[in-house]
Design a protein around this ligand. Structure first.
Ligand code: SF4
Length: 315
């Protein structure tokens, strides 16, 4: 899958001080499954080393980009380079964007916005991040600072792989394929947003006899919206309980009790999510409960990423 990434996170020496901010997760873990498309609007506009920049709010509420050293207004140069970088990354079939946090160009809701008197007024999008959010409203997008949080990281990676799978799926999909696709995503969608899952079910139900092209377009919009939602402890617990219902008749009372104890222990953050999921998978394999085994929620991304092994992967 192709992911556009702030060049400094890839270890490229493009920062104002000619340094980098190589990110371990991006470079050592996710890189095994992704091809990165690098961008750096500031380096394109000003080269390096260069004076650092900051965002300043004008009297009319518009925001300008200023040199920290000279106070010169550099908005036009940065806008123009950002547009070029945006065009460049948009020429690839992207499945996501990873941005450097806090940067006046790449920060996503984390770039400091100053008042003219030098005080920080608020935090917002950097120049390039704002353009990305406008151009790709449904594309998985995160900044590296937030990806340090195991729960946000897992949600983002789940979204990336679901997005990529849908992009491949839609190339040759038929109505029958869409029914099957929706079925295998049931528990993952429920872990994100039960209401959107139901709306997606209605689209697939097609009671208004719409054309398949119409249905697929509607499904895509809602599916990509749903996978962008964050799971929660409560929603995940409900999904685990629901899944356990598919194996309960095969289990002894003691085995059922132990499975529910694991689900409770996950919800109270005593054990990580991988434990009840592994138990469910084990029983589904043992008793050949194929409906469960086919569920993407059991394996939403390569297991080697081991994101569900972290006890903090919950909120
Ligand atoms: S944060 Fe963005 S603009 Fe700044 S060095 Fe990294 S890639 Fe370049």
């Amino acid at each position: 899958m192709k992911i556009a990434v702030s060049g400094c996170l890839l270890g490229e020496k493009v920062r104002f001080d000619a340094g980098h901010k190589r990110d371990t997760f991006v470079m050592d873990d996710l890189s095994k499954y992704a091809q990165y498309i690098s961008f750096c609007p500031e380096n394109m506009a000003f080269g390096n080393p260069r004076p650092s920049l900051r965002l300043v709010k004008n009297q009319d509420e518009s925001i300008k980009v200023e040199s920290n050293k000279t106070g010169e207004d550099l908005s036009q140069q940065l806008m123009s380079a950002s547009k070029k970088d945006l065009e460049s990354i948009a020429s690839h079939p992207l499945c996501g964007i990873i941005l450097k946090s806090k940067s006046p160009s790449c920060g996503m809701r984390s770039a400091k916005i100053y008042q003219n008197n030098g005080y920080v007024e608020a935090k917002g999008d950097g120049v390039f991040a704002a353009m990305c959010r406008e151009k790709f409203p449904l594309l998985p997008m995160e900044e590296e600072g937030r990806l340090c949080n195991p729960w946000l990281r897992e949600n983002f990676v789940m979204q990336l792989f679901a997005y990529e799978r849908f992009e491949k799926f839609k190339q040759n999909a038929t109505m029958k394929d869409l029914v099957a696709f929706h079925s295998v995503y049931k528990f993952m969608l429920q872990s994100k947003d039960e209401n959107l899952y139901r709306q997606l079910g209605k689209i697939v139900g097609n009671h208004e006899a719409k054309s398949f092209a119409d249905i697929l377009e509607k499904y895509e919009l809602l599916f990509k919206t749903a996978i962008a939602k964050k799971s929660s402890k409560g929603k995940t617990r409900n999904v685990l309980e629901h899944m356990s219902g598919f194996v309960k008749n095969h289990l002894t009372a003691k085995e059922n009790a132990m499975l529910h104890e694991q689900i409770d222990d996950y919800a109270t953050q005593i054990i990580p999510l991988i434990l009840p999921l592994s138990t469910l998978k084990l029983y589904a394999q043992k008793y050949e409960v194929n409906y469960l085994l086919e569920q993407t929620f059991l394996s939403p991304y390569p297991k080697e990423l081991a994101l569900r092994s972290d006890i903090a992967c919950v909120k």
